[in-house]
Design a protein around this ligand. Structure first.
Ligand code: ADP
Length: 654
C-alpha cells in the first residue's frame, strides 16, 4: 500500500484517507474486521501526511469498534483522542458523533455525570453543524441517562423528541429502534404498560424486518422486564429464551453484544429469584457478575453483588452473603455516591443556567437594539421638533412683522387721507365749483374713492385687531331684523344695478333681540350680503331668514353653537362654493378667483376684495362667542347651486 500512496500528492492522499474513513464508518456492525482494516489504513495514511481530520475520523471508527466489542475503557480513550484531534483540526462535522462515543463509553463505565455532560455537548455541537441524526442520538442518550437516574418523565420526553427528529429523517431503522425501545422502557416505568408493550412490539417488528439483531435483543430484554414486573414470569422467560437465541446466532458470526448479553443474564437471574429457584438464580447472577467483571460494567457489577448477597443469605451462606454485601456497598458508593449525585445535579444546573444565559443574552441584544432604535428615534423627533419650533417662531415673527407693517401703514395712510378727504369736502361744498356739473362729478368721484380707501384701511386695522385678539366689543340689545332692513336699504342701488332681489323672510320678525356690538355685527352682515350679491349672477335672488333656539337644534348637533341663540341665514342663488373650500374662505386673503383678475368693486359679479371680509366676519362673530359657517353643494357657474351663510349669535353676552 505504501508503494501506491507514496507516488500520490498530499491532496490525493487526503482524498483517499477520507474515502477509506467514509467506507469504514458505513460498514455494518456485523463486519467489525473490515471496518478495522479500512480505519487502520486510513489512520496510517493520515499519520503519513499529518492529516488531523483523517486521523480523527479513523480513531472514531476504531473507538466505535472497541465500544461494540464491549471494551468501553479503550473506546473511551480512543474517542477522547479522536475528539481532541477533531477539535484541534477543526473537523467540526466529526465532533458530534465522537462526543456520542465518549458519552456512551462513560455511560457504560458507570460515570453518569460525565456521560450526561458529553451528551449535552453532542446536542449543542450537532445543532451547530445542523446534523439532525446526531441531534436525535444526543436526545436518545440524554433520555437514557434520565432513565438511569430514574427520572422517567424526562426520559420519555427526550425519547419522543428524538423520535420526532428521526421521523423527519425518514426513520433510520437502527436509531428508530433504539428510541422506540427506550420509549417502551420509560412508558413501562411510568406504569403505562399497554403503551409500553405496544411500542416494544413496534421496535421488535422493526428490528426483525431490518435484521437488526442488536435491536431485537434490546427490545426482547425490555419486554421480558415488563412481563417480569407484572408477574408474568413464564412470558418473561419465553422472551429471554428468544433473546438467548439471538445471542447464539450473533456468536456464530463472531459477534458479541456484551451490555445486552449482560442485561439478559441479570433478567434471567431475577426471573429465577421470583420463582424462588435459588440455585438457578445463583448461577445466573454469578455468570452475570463474571461477565460484568470481564467487561468492567460497573453498574451491573453493583447489582450482581447485591443480588448475590441476597441469594447467599437465602441459602444460608452468610460468609458469601457478607462478602458480596460489602462489595455491593463499595460499588454503591462509587455508582450512586453523593458526590456523583451532586455532580449530576450541578451539571443539570449548569446546563440550565447556560441555556437561560443564552436566552438572556439573546433578549439583551434584542433589548439593546430596540433601545438604540428608540434612542435614534427620540433624537430624530427632538431634532424635528426643534426644527418645527424654529420654523414656528420664524412664522410668528413674520406674522408679527406683517401685522406691524399693516398697522403702521394703515395709520400712516389714514392721516393724509383724512386731510385729503377734508380738502375735497371743502371743495365739494364750494358753490362756485358745485354749480359746474363736470367739476362736481370729478369731486364726487374723488370723494367716493377716498371713502373706499378709508374703508379698506379700517378693514385692515380691524383684521390686525382680530389677529392680535385685541378687538373690543360693546354689546347692546339689537333687533337683527332692523339691521337687515338697514343694510338692504344701503345696498339698494347695487341690487338694482344687478337686477337682484333681496327678500327678508317673515321669520326675522319673530326673532328675539341679541346682545351684540352693533357696528361690528353690521360689518359682518354687510360683508356677507355684499358677497351674496357679488357671487350671484345678474337677476338672482338673495334671501335672509332667521330662527332662534334655547337648546341647540338637532341639525346643528356636533357644531359648537351657542345657546340660547339667534341664527341668521343668508342664502343666494349664486355660483356656490366648492365644499373643499368651505372652511378656507374664512382664512385671511383667501380668494377663489385669480388674484391677477382682481377688481375692487364691492358688488360687481365676482368682483374681488382684499380677501379679508369673511376672516373679519368670523373674528367678530367669535368675539361674540357665536359661530359663522357656510354651506354649498358645489361651485358651478353654469348651474348656480347657491350658497348659504349661517351666523349664530348668543342672545346674551356674559
Ligand atoms: P373677498 O374680499 O374675496 O370677497 P371674502 O373673505 O369676503 O373675500 O370671501 C372669500 C372668498 O369666499 C371669496 O373670494 C369667494 O370666492 C368666496 N365667497 C364668499 N361669499 C361667497 C358667496 N356668497 N358665494 C360664492 N362664493 C363666496
Amino acid at each position: 500500500m505504501a508503494n501506491v500512496t507514496s507516488t500520490l500528492d498530499p491532496a490525493a492522499i487526503r482524498q483517499r484517507c477520507d474515502d477509506l474513513n467514509a467506507q469504514a464508518w458505513d460498514v455494518p456492525r456485523s463486519q467489525p474486521a473490515r471496518a478495522q482494516a479500512l480505519a487502520e489504513e486510513a489512520a496510517a495514511l493520515a499519520r503519513q501526511i499529518d492529516y488531523g481530520p483523517g486521523l480523527a475520523a479513523a480513531l472514531r471508527v476504531l473507538a466505535r469498534l472497541r465500544s461494540h466489542a464491549g471494551q468501553y475503557d479503550q473506546a473511551l480513550l480512543q474517542s477522547l483522542e479522536a475528539l481532541d484531534l477533531a477539535e484541534r483540526s477543526q473537523a467540526v462535522g466529526l465532533i458530534p458523533s465522537i462526543l456520542n462515543l465518549v458519552a456512551n463509553a462513560y455511560r457504560y463505565l458507570g460515570d453518569t455525570s460525565e456521560s450526561l455532560d458529553y451528551f449535552r455537548r453532542q446536542e449543542q455541537a450537532s445543532q451547530a453543524v445542523d446534523d439532525l441524526l446526531e441531534a436525535a442520538k444526543a436526545l436518545i442518550g440524554i433520555g437514557a441517562i434520565y432513565s438511569d437516574t430514574r427520572d422517567y418523565a424526562n426520559a420519555l420526553t427526550h425519547c419522543e423528541r428524538s423520535l420526532g427528529i428521526l421521523q423527519q429523517l425518514g426513520q433510520p431503522p437502527y436509531w428508530t429502534g433504539v428510541a422506540l425501545n427506550n420509549l417502551c422502557f420509560a412508558l413501562f416505568k411510568l406504569n403505562r404498560i399497554d403503551q409500553a408493550i405496544q411500542r416494544g412490539q413496534e421496535a421488535l417488528t422493526l428490528a426483525r424486518r431490518t435484521q437488526d439483531q442488536r435491536g431485537a435483543l434490546r427490545v426482547l430484554n425490555s419486554l421480558s422486564e415488563i412481563y417480569l414486573s407484572g408477574g408474568a414470569i413464564d412470558l418473561a422467560l419465553a422472551h429471554l429464551e428468544q433473546a438467548q437465541a439471538v445471542i447464539a446466532s450473533l456468536l456464530e458470526s463472531g459477534r458479541r453484544e456484551p451490555d445486552l448479553e449482560n442485561e439478559m443474564m441479570r433478567l434471567r437471574g431475577q426471573a429465577y429469584l421470583k420463582l424462588n429457584q435459588d440455585r438457578e438464580a445463583l448461577a445466573c447472577w454469578q455468570q452475570a457478575l463474571d461477565h460484568s467483571d470481564q467487561y468492567k460494567l460497573r453498574g451491573s457489577q453493583y447489582e450482581c453483588h447485591q443480588r448475590l448477597a441476597e441469594v447467599y443469605k437465602r441459602l444460608g451462606d452468610y460468609r458469601q452473603a457478607l462478602a458480596h454485601h460489602e462489595l455491593y456497598e463499595s460499588y454503591k458508593d462509587a455508582v450512586f455516591s453523593e458526590e456523583s449525585a451532586a455532580k449530576l445535579q450541578n451539571l443539570e444546573v449548569l446546563y440550565r443556567t447556560q441555556a437561560a444565559q443564552k436566552e438572556a443574552e439573546h433578549f439583551a441584544s434584542m433589548y439593546e437594539q430596540t433601545r438604540l432604535f428608540n434612542e435614534q428615534l427620540e433624537s430624530e423627533v427632538r431634532a424635528r421638533t426643534e426644527d418645527l419650533r424654529q420654523a414656528y417662531d420664524q412664522l410668528a415673527r413674520l406674522d408679527q412683522a406683517k401685522s406691524n407693517f399693516i398697522t403702521i401703514t394703515a395709520h400712516e395712510l389714514r392721516t393724509p387721507l383724512t386731510v385729503l378727504k377734508g380738502y375735497v369736502q371743502i371743495l365739494y361744498n364750494d358753490p362756485g365749483l358745485s354749480a359746474d356739473p363736470y367739476k362736481s362729478e370729478l369731486l364726487t368721484g374723488i370723494l367716493a374713492g377716498s371713502a373706499r380707501m378709508h374703508e379698506i384701511i379700517n378693514t385692515m386695522l380691524l383684521m390686525v385687531k382680530i389677529d392680535s385678539r385685541t378687538l373690543e366689543i360693546y354689546p347692546q340689545p339689537i333687533e337683527l331684523r332692523v339691521l337687515m332692513v338697514k343694510i338692504g336699504e344701503g345696498l339698494k342701488s347695487a341690487l338694482e344695478q344687478r337686477r337682484q332681489t333681496l327678500h327678508l323672510d317673515q321669520s326675522l320678525a319673530k326673532l328675539p333681540p341679541v346682545e351684540a356690538d352693533l357696528d361690528a355685527v353690521e360689518i359682518v352682515f354687510q360683508k356677507i350680503i355684499e358677497n351674496a350679491i357679488k357671487y350671484t349672477p345678474d337677476g338672482g335672488r338673495i334671501e335672509i331668514s332667521g330662527r332662534a333656539w334655547n337648546v341647540i337644534p338637532p341639525d346643528l348637533a356636533g357644531r359648537d353653537c351657542p345657546a340660547p341663540a339667534v341664527e341668521i341665514l343668508v342664502s343666494d342663488t349664486g355660483i356656490g362654493i366648492d365644499p373643499a373650500s368651505l372652511e378656507l374662505i374664512f382664512t385671511k386673503f383667501y380668494h377663489t378667483e385669480d388674484a391677477q383678475r382682481h377688481s375692487s368693486s364691492k358688488t360687481s359679479f365676482k368682483g374681488g376684495g382684499p380677501g379679508l371680509g369673511l376672516a373679519i366676519g368670523r373674528g367678530i362673530v367669535e368675539a361674540h362667542h357665536g359661530c359663522l359657517w357656510a354651506e354649498s353643494a358645489a361651485r358651478d357657474e353654469a348651474c348656480c347651486p347657491g350658497s348659504r351663510f349661517h351666523v349664530a349669535l348668543p342672545q346674551k353676552q356674559h
